[in-house]
Design a protein around this ligand. Structure first.
Ligand code: 26M
Length: 822
């Protein structure tokens, strides 16, 4: 440390202003007198970026120097949202920035609002990865994220005449948070074929030759921890045409057009995030993305390891790789390929290293989400990998055969290759066989994995390979940043902001539950947050909502299993009830705003139909003068991370109502409760553990249990099904064209009435509706409601990703934090 402070560091308002002005005038070549919010944003971002870079370089040097075990989190999705506010809070200079910006005539909120969300993810899985990065850095773990640098993130959703339209999300122009590393590139091979050849010792080795080569270029994003010097790295790979001689020859041969076309083909690999959530569709480009990213990341990891000159057997002592779902499963196969084909290790020695290195997280039990790739497709794109997969399968099945002699059933059940036409490679099985730990994301989910999907593997490997790590959320973004007023009220009571890094300290809030003054302040903050949401609703939909109403919110990807249809049918039921009331009766109705938000996968018709119905119901209900403020229905367009930061603090109640046994965990349930909202939910995913923590008097649970689902479905299948009478009335209203052409919604009603009601909407309808009546009742008692709200927040300490990351570190990765001195 030959110089303690770099020239561009700032430690107070005036120094921040100096840096801001410097960036606006020189880096951006703008005049201060002609500086809009966008330029102020860019200047502020650059000033904070400088600070991050300094800590980032120091962190990387420190990690290289101490050479401890590192964690690599492989995820095809990182749903980061905005970076500036987070950087300000983590660096701890937000107040200085606020005052500095104010001096120059800017409001910090407007400046922060200029940033485009980094939306490189679909939903829960991608946002979990982003929360993990925040906690890994905050806890000083030496950790890298590896992902793809999509040119287009998740599409922007526009609602036109009640229909979802998808608009491309081109987000990369002047993104100050990424650093291209044009010197860090990896050539990635596709297609071609396998040759056997002799190595220098006369041993036969496989060699993958010819085919096409695409270049991976690294782009790095700094990930600051909160209140720490650690700034970790997120490395995103971008594809471009290889600069190899192949293309060069084409250019020289005058085949300019086709050379440019090849270039575009190469760039297509990292062009777009697949917008499916929990649906597997087997597209070749998706497999190319997966291999491209796995191979580049592994090459990078192996290169770093080889610099240390250690023996290969030490690899698992230096490296832990976590697979975020099965999307990176090819990394297991690629690692084995590197060790045997390139490094010349024996199979068994290599395989021991591989299994000690990898861990696999499963996020869903939905059968349609389980990844399978057709053998012919893989044979063509990755011929050597397919051979290795067959070998992995052979050795695995041989050991199963030894363990369970003469049991052909188990062999065919656990084979990596499904004997269908065409044959399919089951990626989850490779992930299980190639990892030392497999985890689910909430207790019920992990138990279901063990008792259903992965049962045979429990019998084969023993139960210890399977574990649970219940999800969490980062309290920095989802409490402090999204709800600064609540965070500061809590800090006032607890004597500081320590709870942001030890969320269990929230339990000290319970002492204040009966404090009248405190309750008033708590209530006040909630109503301010509701006003903030009401403004967003007014600005984006034109509808005015009464902020005194009960705000009832369901925001998440639209999916039949998440049952937004149950919610909107409940809303229609409520509407019909109000319509049938006398003026006198209407006076007793608790006014409600039903808020929906979420994207449907572009090819998921049923999900799009649900969005359409919500919007049609909104158009009728919101314009019905009989109803007025008693009921409003709002669909918030383009739900994303930055909107979630406004929405989560504003709920009175939020809905987490998936069919029992279908939601892995859910994480927005945690965000809403952490912000003082109550929830209505099924006994599913992490709702169960939330209930255990906060107490069942503080949550509204309803519906059938996971253990009853199979039997109910079975009965429906054999015709034992009666449509719930109240739901029948709702369907009648729809069929009478109350919400426009009933034909538009017939698939939705038919899936329930005629096609077996797979998600048990009718079975749960009565209990759902009566539970909502209990919600209304409870909301009338303001003091009781406040007590529930405060108590719940006080008991949410368990759901921080800090706890989650420590569990992964202890039970899966075996890594230690790296101590950082000032
Ligand atoms: C698959 C194939 C092709 C293209 C995309 C996909 C795909 C993308 C995202 C499949 C699944 C994807 O995400 C699933 C997901 O978000 N799962 C959620 O993970 C959360 C974090 O663990 C849980 O809280 C949710 O319950 C779970 O649904």
């Amino acid at each position: 440390a030959w110089r303690k402070y770099s020239a561009h560091e700032f430690t107070n308002k005036d120094e921040f202003e100096r840096e801001l002005v410097r960036h606006i005038e020189t880096t951006l070549a703008r005049s201060l007198y002609n500086c809009d919010d966008l330029a102020a944003y860019s200047g502020t971002a650059l000033a904070f970026r400088d600070r991050l870079i300094i800590e980032w370089n120091r962190t990387q040097q420190r990690q290289t120097f101490t050479d401890q075990k590192r964690v690599y989190y492989l995820s095809l999705e990182f749903l980061m949202g905005r970076a500036l506010d987070n950087a300000m809070l983590n660096v701890g200079m937000k107040d200085a920035a606020r005052e500095g910006l104010q001096d120059l005539g800017f409001r910090i909120e407007d400046v922060i609002g200029q940033e485009h969300d980094a939306a490189l993810g679909n939903g829960g899985l991608g946002r979990l990865a982003a929360c993990f990065l925040d906690s890994l850095a905050t806890l000083n773990y030496p950790a890298w994220g590896y992902g793809l640098r999509y040119r287009y993130g998740i599409f922007k959703q526009e609602i036109v005449n009640g229909y979802q339209m998808e608009v491309p999300d081109y987000w990369l122009d002047n993104n100050p948070w990424e650093f291209p590393r044009h010197d860090i590139t990896v050539d990635i091979q596709f297609y071609g074929h396998v040759k056997k050849k002799q190595d220098e010792n006369g041993k036969l080795v496989a060699s993958w030759v010819e085919g096409e080569v695409v270049q991976a270029v690294a782009y790095d994003v700094p990930i600051p921890g909160y209140g720490t010097k650690t700034t970790n790295n997120l490395r995103l790979w971008s594809s471009k045409a290889s600069s190899g001689e192949f293309d060069f020859q084409k250019f020289n041969a005058g085949d300019y057009e086709s050379a440019v076309a090849d270039q575009q083909t190469a760039e297509t690999i990292s062009a777009v995030l697949y917008p499916n959530d929990n649906l597997e569709r087997g597209k070749e480009l998706r497999l190319k993305q997966q291999y491209f990213w796995c191979a580049a990341s592994l090459y990078d990891i192996v290169r770093r390891f080889k610099k240390t000159k250690r023996a290969w057997s030490e690899f698992p002592d230096q490296v832990a790789i976590q697979l975020n779902d099965t999307h990176p499963t090819l990394a297991i196969v690629e690692m084995q390929r590197i060790l045997i084909d390139i490094e010349g290790l024996e199979w068994d020695e290599a395989w021991t290293i591989v299994t000690k290195t990898f861990g696999y997280t499963n996020h869903t039990v939905l059968p349609e989400a389980l990844e399978k790739w057709s053998v012919p497709l893989m044979q063509n794109l990755l011929p050597r990998h397919l051979q290795i997969i067959y070998d992995i399968n052979l050795y695995f099945l041989q050991s199963v055969e030894k363990q369970f002699p003469n049991n052909r059933e188990i062999l065919s059940r656990v084979s990596i290759i499904e004997e269908s036409h065409p044959k399919m490679v089951r990626m989850a099985y490779i992930a299980i066989i190639g990892s030392h730990k497999v985890n689910g994301v909430a207790e019920l989910h992990s138990d279901l994995l063990k008792s259903t999907l992965f049962k045979d593997f429990v019998d084969i490997y023993g139960v210890d390979r399977f574990t649970n790590v219940t999800n969490g959320v980062t309290p920095r973004r989802w409490l402090h940043q999204a709800n600064p007023a609540l965070s500061s009220l809590i800090a006032e009571k607890l004597g500081g902001h320590e709870f942001l890094t030890d969320l269990t300290l929230l339990d000290k809030l319970e002492a204040f539950v009966d404090d009248k003054d405190f309750r008033r302040q708590w209530a006040h903050i909630k109503s301010d947050n509701k006003l903030r949401l009401a403004k967003l609703i007014k600005d984006t939909t034109g509808y005015k909502v009464n902020p005194e109403s009960l705000f009832d919110i369901q925001v998440k990807r639209i999916h039949e299993y998440k049952r937004q249809q149950l919610n909107i049918f409940g809303v229609i039921h409520r509407y019909l009830k109000i319509k049938g009331m006398s003026a006198e009766e209407r006076k007793k109705v608790v006014p409600r705003v039903s808020v929906f938000g979420g994207k449907a996968a572009p090819g998921y018709w049923m999900a799009k139909t649900i969005i359409h119905l919500i919007n049609k119901v909104a158009a009728v209900v919101n314009n019905d003068s009989d109803v007025g403020d008693l009921l409003k229905v709002i669909f918030i367009e383009d739900y994303n991370v930055s909107k979630a930061e406004i929405i989560c603090p504003a709920s009175d109640i939020s809905e987490h109502i998936s069919t029992a046994g279908t939601e892995g965990s859910g994480t927005s349930n945690m965000k809403f409760v952490l912000n003082g909202g109550l929830i209505i939910g099924t006994c599913d995913g992490a709702n169960i553990e939330i209930t255990r923590e906060i107490g069942d008097q503080n949550i509204f649970l309803f519906g059938n249990l996971a253990e009853d689902v199979e039997d109910l479905r079975h009965r429906h299948f054999y015709g034992d099904f009666q449509l719930d009478p109240a739901l029948e009335k709702v369907f009648k209203a729809i069929k009478d064209n109350m919400f426009g052409d009933a034909g538009d919604f017939s698939a939705l009603t038919a899936s329930i009435e005629e096609h077996g009601d797979y998600y048990l909407v009718s079975d749960d309808f009565h209990s759902y509706v009566t539970t909502h009546e209990m919600v209304d009742e409870a909301f009338l008692n303001k003091e009781e409601w406040l007590a529930k709200s405060i108590t719940s927040v006080a008991r949410m300490g368990f759901f921080s990703t800090d706890r989650v990351i420590n569990e992964y570190a202890d039970s899966i990765w075996n890594v230690e934090p790296l101590a950082v001195k000032d």
